[in-house]
Design a protein around this ligand. Structure first.
Ligand SMILES: Nc1ncnc2c1ncn2[C@@H]1O[C@H](COP(=O)(O)OP(=O)(O)O)[C@@H](O)[C@H]1O
Ligand SMILES: [Mg+2]
Length: 388
């Protein structure tokens, strides 16, 4: 077995041409600190030009994985292959990789121009080439007006762009970002997320980023993974992970979710019926092999309707019969947030569900108030059934 693995690894390191969808290949990569497993045999292929986000709660192993890619941490086992070349144990300074930290680590006594040029000078690049590269980076990051300033004369967002310009100046094959916007406040963070993506996509550099902020990961990344205890729970495009989470942990980590308990009483190819204390759920797609199982029904707050009267059959196209997919409750809490309102509705069983309704019209005659009794209802196609 061990010999087989060695052969396999040798085979990987002998590859000279990487396929476009395997620009970066991580294979069963692990890192132990004493007897603690920080990263647990993760495998992943990343495409050229892709932005990939590692997402997860603090301590799940995001930074350790990123640091192994950068070469700052030695893997306990597994391999890293970049564009066909194995780099698992290559020292960081030889890797065509640049890592940008949350603290930016700009040189306080150097100007913007000098900060961006620093790494190029150290590499012994000619003065004219340095000029050209720095100029291009400053244009790209819209820092031209600030070339003569020092870091303390810049805003947080501008400092962040200097750090990015410096990271990209050496034209790395892989850019690593660890909580890149962690030091910025919420509004600036949101603006900068989009700016950053635009710059990364213009340069075409492949990027692996770490964040604990799910909105940031969803906004910036082409694909994300949710990590827990050093493992990938799910890998996919943001909308796929959001709309079809693979487990309760993922459903709850990515956005808000209501989880109803129930038992599968009908398991047909095209629909499933789940009976729980709150209501009977009609699911308009099959989940084979779940008959009799205890499951959770996951429903996003924005997919639930709320009104004074029970839902009509017309309101739920996919629910064939009446009596499914609604529950009566009392509005215990509501928050008007301008474009939408969130409600906490306490059902008769005692369970509280979260509902989000957009405020499309300015005046609504049927507006619900705190303490009102109302019906929460949903369509059979918006239900996600989770078996773990
Ligand atoms: N140098 C180290 N020595 C010992 N334990 C470490 C070291 N670095 C990280 N860890 C542990 O490994 C786990 C993963 O850490 P880290 O990768 O920093 O998580 P994250 O970035 O997701 O918050 C944590 O339990 C952390 O305490
Ligand atoms: Mg970290």
């Amino acid at each position: 077995m061990q010999q087989e693995e060695q052969l396999l690894h040798k085979g990987v390191s002998d590859l000279n041409i990487a396929k476009p969808d395997q620009f970066l290949q991580i294979d069963r990569l692990s890192k132990n600190f004493d007897d603690m497993v920080a990263v647990d045999a993760v495998s992943l292929s990343i495409k050229k030009g892709e932005i990939f986000a590692l997402l997860g709660a603090s301590g799940c192993g995001k930074s350790t994985l990123l640091r192994m890619l950068a070469g700052f941490e030695t893997p306990s086992s597994g391999t890293i292959v970049l564009e066909g070349q194995e780099i698992t144990y290559m020292p960081p300074y030889l890797r065509p990789i640049n890592m940008m930290f949350q603290s930016y680590a700009l040189f306080p006594h150097l100007t913007v121009w000098e900060n961006v040029a620093f790494g190029l000078k150290r590499d012994g690049m000619s003065a004219s080439e340095i000029d050209q590269r720095v100029e291009a980076m400053l244009v790209l990051t819209q820092l031209k007006p600030f070339v003569k300033r020092k870091p303390h004369q810049l805003s947080g967002g501008q400092q962040q762009r200097v750090a990015l310009a410096r990271s990209l100046a050496k034209r790395p094959k892989l850019l690593l970002l660890d909580e890149p916007l962690g030091a910025l406040d919420k509004k600036l963070r949101e603006e900068t997320q989009i700016e950053l993506v635009n710059i990364i996509k213009q340069v075409g550099v492949t990027c692996v980023m770490v964040t604990h902020d799910q909105e940031e990961a969803m906004t910036m990344a082409d694909r994300i993974t949710v990590m827990q205890k050093g493992r990938f729970l799910q890998v996919g495009e943001p909308h796929a992970v959001y709309e079809t989470p693979a487990s309760r942990y993922v459903a709850d980590f990515i956005g808000n979710v209501n989880l109803f308990k129930g038992n599968v009483i009908v398991d047909e190819a095209d629909h499933v019926i789940i009976e729980g204390p709150e209501c009977k759920h009609y699911v308009s797609h099959g989940i084979t092999g779940t008959q009799g199982m205890q499951v959770h029904v996951a429903l996003r707050p924005e997919k639930i309707g709320l009104q004074r009267t029970p839902p009509t059959p017309e309101q739920r196209e996919s629910v064939a019969e009446d009596g499914y997919n609604f529950a009566r409750g009392v509005i215990k809490n509501m928050a008007y947030l301008g474009s939408y309102t969130t409600y906490h509705v306490k059902l008769e069983t005692g369970m509280t569900i979260k509902i989000m309704q957009t405020n499309a019209a300015r005046h609504e005659e049927t507006r619900l108030e705190l303490g009102d009794e109302a019906y929460a209802w949903w369509d059979g196609s918006d239900v996600v059934v989770l078996t773990q």
